[in-house]
Every structure is written in structure tokens, then in C-alpha cells.
Design a binder for this molecule. Structure first.
Ligand SMILES: *[C@@H]1O[C@H](CO)[C@@H](O)[C@H](O)[C@H]1NC(C)=O
Ligand SMILES: *[C@@H]1O[C@H](CO)[C@@H](O)[C@H](O)[C@H]1NC(C)=O
Ligand SMILES: *[C@@H]1O[C@H](CO)[C@@H](O)[C@H](O)[C@H]1NC(C)=O
Ligand SMILES: *[C@@H]1O[C@H](CO)[C@@H](O)[C@H](O)[C@H]1NC(C)=O
Ligand SMILES: *[C@@H]1O[C@H](CO)[C@@H](O)[C@H](O)[C@H]1NC(C)=O
Ligand SMILES: *[C@@H]1O[C@H](CO)[C@@H](O)[C@H](O)[C@H]1NC(C)=O
Length: 505
């Protein structure tokens, strides 16, 4: 996710002949997705068909094609149907850079590297298909195994280089130049080492969805178990206060940034703002890759408590590592309690707190966000604290809410305050049962793809033809996942009839 527009230029240079899934004669998808391609849809928006040529798709799945056909036959608005058709397969069409089931490894790109967070989200909408398509499940297993290697070695990092087995060359990351990071990293394996606790949640989430659908405990191999151990190491380290009782400064991870660079230089020798102890787990950067203002990011801790609980469930089900399951349950419970105790004031969740009395009331567009708390499984959309917080977030009280003539939503400092992200409107839909609100959010997204039929990162409220990231697989997946959710929860809003649709059935 979250590479600024200026960085897109490097996307095309990583191909090594013969080593990748993609055909070298195929157009670079960033370029391809920047202008309308196939025939327009028959709806008023006339959205183009944007899937790559079949010979250029990076993974084929019969069940994914069936879901597209099924949904297209049921969706009443041809523009929405076209968006589903373009977005649902986008991860498989464009991001499987390398896959070799014989070594149980796959490399999934967002732009150039593999991001733990994005990858988890890029596959989230295929969750229920993993029990129906064995090859798709095998791909996900290979993704998990590759990530387990990364997490075992570098649990503080979030973006990685291709595995050596792929024959793909590592890519140079200009943004990492001059940055000092501790523990130190090898740039042949790590693309960028910003510590974002939700990246680790993304790895757990993908593992949970694989096991839930396949019941294949062979995914939990020694490589995976050591990755899980490293996650607990990070949780232990990052829940501690910055100063101990004698004012010794405790730092397990620090990242300096560079003056003038994308993230700027980081105060306190790369440690950022000091924090107290709360029972939550601190993070260094947000899911946007921006530096955190305060270390305790409420929505990331919400995701962590949910995913640790899910982790315990699959371990117990597979009868593997009861000690790890016990740890997961213990942490899940204490993090949940700390969120309710330390982040809520007058029913409003803070986005960030520091454990010393300071709180930042705002929301950022990326998931995990406060708006997405029901999507994350942390609380019910009817909970009074969610209702009050949601109302505030979709108003001027959230500094990163912005509204123009046709587009509105929540953005973040990653792009700027007047470029909200369509993803925030997807989160809004996951967080309400109100038909009118759902349709308004849905059409706020559908009406604003700059005529390109894909979901972009952010859109300028003053000029909706201006957007960032023509190709953003995570946003495409999230949008498709939301339509599949509506297909079950609110069929009458999007279908010609009121019969719910379950993917693959
Ligand atoms: C997907 O199928 C097309 C034919 O429809 C083929 O040309 C292409 O190579 C396949 N892609 C992969 C990754 O197998
Ligand atoms: C890794 O760092 C070394 C030393 O700074 C540099 O020469 C090399 O180009 C870097 N490799 C990548 C892939 O960025
Ligand atoms: C940075 O982190 C390392 C551990 O990775 C630690 O040894 C070192 O003291 C920290 N440095 C600062 C300035 O906090
Ligand atoms: C669980 O027990 C195994 C085997 O004794 C050990 O290697 C591992 O570190 C433990 N993990 C946790 C999270 O306690
Ligand atoms: C949320 O709560 C309502 C009752 O207030 C209940 O009907 C619904 O099933 C709950 N939803 C979830 C996802 O738990
Ligand atoms: C979407 O565009 C249509 C056609 O211009 C318009 O009627 C509708 O109000 C728009 N919806 C939203 C939520 O902007």
C-alpha cells in the first residue's frame, strides 16, 4: 500500500526473464490501469473493462470466475457489476509475482515488495473460496509460508524482497536510504522496516482464514510456529513503557527516518514519542506507513485482540502448541481490557493514546481504522461507543474527514487532508445496517473512479479526476469483499431480487 504517486515509476523494473509468473511481454499494470481499456459497461457511468488479457493474468481460478459470473447475473446496476468484475479478481490477475507449490512459496506484490498487511487484505475476499478451490488454497498456504520466514527473521518489518528461490532480484528502496534501523536488517530480504503492529495481525489473519477453510494443520509447520513466537516477542517488548522505574530508556526497536524524506527524521533517536504502560501494544508507524503520533494505536490493538483470539481458536482446534494458545488468550484478554479502559472518553475512542494521559481524536483511512472496528470483529456496529465515535469521525471533528461536491470520506496525512480514500467509505458500509447510508457510501465510491472502473487510493475533493494509485489491489479487494457482504446481508440493495448470495454456492 501507500507508496506515494512519485514512486510508481520504479514498478516496471523488477522482472527477471523466466522467473516470474507474469509474462514479460505483458504491459505494466500501473500503466495499463491509468487509462480506460475494454468496452464500457451499459450503465450511466460506462465503466471500462480493466482485467488484463487472460495470457497476462498471474493466477487462474475457476471458482473466482464463477463468482464473477454469478454476481454479474444478479447485480442490478451494470456499473456496479463492472466494478465487481474488475476488482474481485484483481489480486489474482495482477499480484502473484511468483508461486511454486513444490517449495511452498509465493511472492505477492503491492507495487514492488510484498507487504504483510496488504497481502493479508488482498486475499481477505477469497476467504470462503479456499475450501472450494484447492489450488487457490495451496497458493495462500505458500504465501503464509513465505511470510513466516520473513516474520521469523524480521518481526519488526512489514515489506519484503522476493524469496531467493524465485530468482527475482531484490529492488532498491530509495526511501530506506540513509535510514538507521535497529535491530538491523539485510536489504536483500527486507524492503522496508517500519514497525506496524497490524502487519503482524495481517499474517495471523491470513493464517486463520486458511486453517478455518481447509482444516489443514500442516500450515502450522516449525517455520510458522517460530514466526508466531517472534510475534509474542514483539508484543512483549512493545507493551513496555519507554522509561523504567529508574528512568532508563527502554528501546527494542528504533528507526530514524531521514531529514526531508518521506517519513521525516524521527525524534528521540528514532524512538518517537515516549509511552507509558497500558496493557496495549505500541506501534511505530500507522497502517498508512506514516509515523505514529502516539504509540498506542487503538484500531491496531483492536485487530490484535481479535486475531490473537482467533489464533488461539485454530491452535486449540488443531491441538497444536497449547502454550502458544494460552499466551494468545492471555494477551487477547488484557489488550481488550486496556482498550476499553484507556482509549474511551465519553463514548469516543481515541485513534492514538500514549498511556500518559494524552489522546489524539481522529481517524485515518487505512484499515485497521476506528471506522472499521465492526469489520475487524472488535465490536458490534450497534454498540453505543461505535455509534458515537462513527458520528464524530464522519464530521468536521475528525481532522481528516473532508467533503467535496461529489466525493467525501476519511483520508490521512499520508496523501493529505483533502484527499479522502474510497476505502474509508467501504469501512463505513461494513459498519452500518442503514440502507440509505449504505447506498450513499456505495455510490460515493462508484461515482468516483475517474472513469477507470477500479478503486484508487485517494481522491481529490476539489477535482475528482485527480487520484492517487491507479492500481491498488488491496482497495480493489476490500471493495469486492464489501459487495459480497452486501450480497448476503442486504441483497435487495444491489440485486434484482432479495435472495442472498453465498460465493461459490
Ligand atoms: C491463465 O489462463 C490463460 C488462458 O486463459 C493462460 O494464457 C495464462 O497463462 C494462465 N495464467 C497462469 C498464471 O497460469
Ligand atoms: C543494499 O545496501 C547496499 C549497501 O548500502 C547497496 O550497495 C545495495 O545496492 C543495496 N541493495 C538493494 C537491493 O537496495
Ligand atoms: C535502538 O534499538 C536497539 C535494539 O534493537 C537498542 O539496543 C538501542 O539501545 C536503541 N537505541 C536507542 C537510541 O534507543
Ligand atoms: C511454546 O513451547 C515451545 C516448546 O517448548 C517453545 O519453543 C515456544 O517458545 C513456546 N512458545 C510460547 C509463545 O510460549
Ligand atoms: C449486533 O447486535 C444486534 C442486536 O443489537 C444483533 O442482532 C446482531 O446479530 C449483532 N451483530 C453481530 C455481528 O454480532
Ligand atoms: C451518483 O451519480 C448519480 C448520477 O449522476 C447521482 O444521481 C447520484 O446522486 C450520485 N450518488 C452519490 C452518492 O453521489
Amino acid at each position: 500500500m501507500k507508496l506515494a504517486f512519485g514512486k510508481l515509476a520504479v514498478y516496471a523494473v523488477t522482472l527477471v526473464a523466466g522467473a516470474t509468473v507474469a509474462n514479460a511481454d505483458c504491459p505494466d499494470y500501473t500503466t495499463y490501469s491509468s487509462s480506460p481499456q475494454g468496452n464500457p459497461s451499459t450503465g450511466p457511468l460506462g465503466l471500462p473493462y480493466m482485467r488484463p488479457d487472460p495470457g497476462c493474468r498471474t493466477f487462474n481460478s475457476t471458482i473466482v470466475e464463477k463468482v464473477i459470473t454469478d454476481m454479474k447475473s444478479r447485480l442490478k446496476d451494470p456499473d456496479v457489476a463492472r466494478l465487481f468484475e474488475n476488482t474481485f479478481p484483481n489480486t489474482l490477475d495482477t499480484t502473484v509475482k511468483y508461486y511454486d507449490p513444490s517449495v511452498n512459496l509465493a511472492f505477492i506484490i503491492t507495487g514492488v515488495p510484498q507487504w504483510l498487511r496488504d497481502t493479508g487484505n488482498q486475499f481477505a475476499h477469497y476467504h470462503s473460496l479456499l475450501s472450494l478451490d484447492k489450488e487457490l488454497a495451496t497458493l495462500v498456504k505458500a504465501v503464509i509460508n513465505n511470510e513466516a520466514r520473513y516474520v521469523t527473521e524480521y518481526p519488526y518489518c512489514g515489506a519484503f524482497q522476493p524469496p531467493p528461490e524465485s530468482g527475482l532480484q531484490p529492488s532498491h528502496n530509495d526511501w530506506a536510504d540513509g535510514v538507521i534501523v535497529n535491530p538491523p536488517v539485510d536489504n536483500e530480504t527486507v524492503y522496508e522496516c517500519k514497525y506496524e503492529v497490524d502487519s503482524l495481525c495481517g499474517f495471523i489473519k491470513l493464517s486463520v482464514s486458511y486453517y478455518e477453510e481447509t482444516k489443514d494443520a500442516s500450515m502450522m509447520n516449525s517455520n510458522w510456529l517460530s514466526a508466531i513466537d517472534q510475534i509474542f516477542r514483539v508484543i512483549n517488548e512493545q507493551s513496555q513503557a519507554s522509561f523504567d522505574a529508574d528512568f532508563n530508556f527502554i528501546s527494542y526497536y528504533n528507526w530514524t527516518g531521514t531529514p526531508g524524506a518521506y517519513s521525516g527524521a524521527v525524534d528521540n533517536a528514532g524512538n518517537g514519542e515516549p509511552k507509558g504502560y497500558t496493557g496495549m501494544v505500541g506501534t511505530h508507524h500507522r497502517p498508512s506507513d506514516d509515523l505514529s503520533v502516539f504509540a498506542f494505536l487503538t484500531p491496531a490493538n483492536a485487530m490484535l485482540t481479535v486475531e490473537l483470539n482467533n489464533l488461539a481458536t485454530i491452535l486449540d482446534d488443531a491441538k497444536i502448541a497449547p502454550n502458544v494458545s494460552a499466551q494468545a488468550k492471555k494477551w487477547s484478554k488484557s489488550i481488550e481490557e486496556a482498550i476499553w479502559k484507556h482509549t474511551l472518553v465519553d463514548n469516543i475512542f481515541a485513534y492514538e493514546t500514549n498511556g500518559l494521559g494524552s489522546r489524539y481524536v481522529m481517524d485515518d483511512a487505512n484499515v485497521p481504522s476506528l471506522l472499521s472496528l465492526p469489520y475487524l470483529g472488535f465490536l458490534n456496529m450497534t454498540h453505543p461507543a461505535y455509534l458515537a465515535t462513527r458520528k464524530l469521525l464522519m464530521s468536521r471533528h475528525n481532522p481528516y474527514y473532508a467533503k467535496g461536491k461529489t466525493f467525501s470520506g476519511i483520508g490521512g496525512p499520508h496523501i493529505d487532508a483533502w484527499n479522502p480514500w474510497p476505502m474509508s467509505q467501504v469501512s463505513a458500509i461494513f459498519g452500518t445496517d442503514n440502507d440509505e447510508e449504505i447506498l450513499t457510501s456505495l455510490y460515493t465510491i462508484v461515482n468516483n473512479t475517474a472513469g477507470l472502473g477500479l478503486i484508487h487510493e485517494s481522491i481529490d475533493i476539489y477535482d475528482t479526476t485527480q487520484y492517487t494509485r491507479p492500481w491498488f489491489a488491496w482497495a480493489n479487494s476490500y471493495f469486492a469483499e464489501m459487495l459480497l457482504d452486501l450480497a448476503q446481508r442486504k441483497p435487495h440493495l444491489i440485486f434484482t431480487d432479495n435472495k442472498p448470495y453465498t460465493p461459490g454456492m
